[in-house]
Design a protein around this ligand. Structure first.
Ligand code: ASC
Length: 127
């Protein structure tokens, strides 16, 4: 899928940066740092739900070690798969909640999605 390990690293870092940018726009609205705009929340949640699926099939393949990725990714593959599956599930839920327009539910979904980002970073991303 990737010609060189650096291509996989660049791909996954790009996907993470995009997720962070679009999730951050939702979080800003959920936390009152930006005016709540239901359509904008949905548009960003669509992106996050899609982008969150991208890094797990190939971009962390064996032989692509490097960047900030900890070696644990390739050692504890079951846990890595579990946390990445959890992210995909959380972002799907975030999109469903975004479409309801329920701001309290959005706050809760943003919080649990953010916790999923963080727990994976704590376990698998070096500082
Ligand atoms: C973000 C981002 C993360 C997560 C994390 C949530 O916007 O870039 O890595 O949220 O900070 O705790």
């Amino acid at each position: 899928q990737f010609a060189k390990p650096e291509d996989a690293i660049k791909y996954r870092q790009s996907a993470m940066a995009l997720q962070g940018a679009h999730f951050g726009r939702i979080a800003a609205m959920a936390n009152g740092r930006a005016p709540y705009d239901k359509a904008a929340v949905i548009a960003n949640a669509e992106l996050v739900a899609t982008i969150s699926q991208l890094p797990w099939s190939g971009a962390y393949a064996p032989g692509t070690e490097g960047g900030k990725a900890k070696p644990e990714i390739w050692k504890d593959t079951a846990k890595f798969k579990e946390t990445s599956d959890k992210l995909v599930a959380e972002t799907a839920k975030l999109l469903t909640v975004a479409k309801t327009g329920d701001l309290d539910a959005l706050k809760a979904a943003v919080s649990s999605t953010g916790e999923t980002c963080k727990s994976c970073h704590d376990a698998f991303r070096s500082k």
